[in-house]
Design a protein around this ligand. Structure first.
Ligand SMILES: O=P(O)(O)O[C@H]1O[C@H](CO)[C@@H](O)[C@H]1O
Ligand SMILES: Nc1nc2[nH]cnc2c(=O)[nH]1
Length: 292
């Protein structure tokens, strides 16, 4: 690899090489990529004809350092559709530069995916939400991006996408509609929400004052991931569906202040991930892959 990674990330050629090295380790050719959030990797256990590629076996791939993120790619089929799951994602707070956090999305694109499903565990800011709800991402607020840490900073290679990509419509409307219809059929209407996810850098959870600020800015849920991956996916023409499992409610008042812990996030993930898995599988079953 010749790229100065500290400055700009991987070149287009580097990404193609990483993708072809990964594809040599599997018989599968995925169309759908799925990024599993904290405690949400269980979806990988129901992949059929599964083949696993640990991140540690992929030259130039980062390694996961967070509990609840295993660190492997899982190839196979969900509802008859070829998928690749990232069982474990990378976060900015782990010390990775933004471009490294999102580089697997470019690798998945080079492997042939056209649709990306991004999942996460998030804190609820909208007072109408409750723990265990599922929130479809209608939109996001890229707080790091707004403050100078956009994932696309650096020299642009047009083979990835345009210098100034539009971010309106990052989350595909048809997939949102499909998710809503699917949720109704599964009897999930009472736990299904739709809203705006805001990314903070982390790893510290929000203070009460910060939660109030994020809520006033129009965010419905907060987390420390997802946005760089979605931005890179939109940049390179992948259609994106995002969904949060609300693992805790952020404290908006000092009277009821409750300190979120990662253990709590993982525990709710373990308890409620089944609903998210069912929704995603049913959606994939109904997905038209020739849509874009
Ligand atoms: O976004 P995912 O990876 O689901 O993880 C969420 O859970 C962790 C906090 O408990 C943070 O990393 C936050 O972003
Ligand atoms: N920032 C943030 N990330 C989370 N991930 C899961 N829960 C939370 C939360 O409350 N806040």
């Amino acid at each position: 690899m010749t790229t100065d990674q500290s400055a700009e990330g991987y070149s287009f050629e580097d990404i193609q090489l990483i993708a072809s090295n990964v594809l040599k380790q599997t018989r599968h050719k995925p169309s759908i990529g799925i990024i599993c959030g904290s405690g949400l990797g269980g979806l990988a256990d129901i992949v059929q004809d599964a083949e696993t590629v640990p991140y540690s076996s992929i030259p130039e791939f980062p390694v996961t350092t967070v509990k609840g993120h295993e660190g492997k790619l899982v190839f196979g089929y969900l509802e008859g559709k070829p998928v690749v799951l990232m069982r474990g994602r990378f976060h900015y707070y782990e010390g990775y530069p933004m471009w490294k956090v999102a580089m697997p999305v470019r690798v998945m694109k080079a492997m042939g995916i056209s649709t990306l499903i991004v999942t996460n565990a998030a804190g609820g800011l909208n007072e109408n939400f409750k723990t265990g709800d599922l929130m479809i991402l209608r939109d996001h607020i890229d707080l790091p991006g707004l403050t100078g840490e956009c994932v696309l900073i650096g020299k642009n290679d047009d083979r990835f996408g345009p210098r100034f990509p539009a971010m309106v419509g990052t989350y595909d409307s048809e997939l949102i509609e499909l998710a809503k219809e699917t949720a109704v059929n599964l009897g999930y209407s009472s736990i299904l929400r739709e809203g705006t996810y805001i990314m903070i850098g982390g790893p510290s959870f929000e203070t009460v004052a910060e939660s109030r600020l994020l809520r006033n800015w129009g965010a419905d849920a907060v987390g420390m991931s997802t946005v760089p991956e979605s931005v890179v996916a939109k940049h390179c023409g992948i259609r994106v569906f995002g969904i949060s499992l609300i693992t805790d409610m952020c404290s908006l008042s000092y009277d009821a202040a409750n300190a979120t812990t990662h253990e709590e996030v993982l525990a709710i993930g373990e308890k409620r991930a089944g609903d998210l898995q069912k929704l995603i599988c049913a959606m994939i079953g109904n997905m038209n892959l020739n849509n874009n």
